[in-house]
Design a protein around this ligand. Sequence first.
Ligand SMILES: [Zn+2]
Length: 137
Amino acid sequence: MHEWALADAVITTTLKVAENEGLKEISEIIVKIGELQTIDTEIFNFALKEVMQPQKKLLENAKIKIKSEKAILKCKVCKHEWLFKNAVKNLSEDETESLHFIPETAHVYLRCPKCNSPDFEIIQGRGIWIDSISGER
Ligand SMILES: [Zn+2]
């Protein structure tokens, strides 16, 4: 159900932006999804189409592009930044999966590749947001 709530939020935001900027027709909406955000894109796409239905005039020709944003980790000790994708290369499938579901468990499995500290944060790659909305006035 979480995909429906997200789709609803995307369209609600789009309508607000359209109103604020006086757009009569939306041509493109770019949505970014963090690598660590668990989302079923098939359901999400379907939900978007459904939610868009009542806004025919404004969204009839709107293309929605969904892009994935790479997850980046940053060590709090030595400030080193590294890609989540590279960090999980040596993990088992089960471990990688649990990281996707609960990114907080990253500290159990991962260490900073530079200084070996488990004290790092996820600085990018969580959540879902609208990257850009374009349209015609
Ligand atoms: Zn470090």
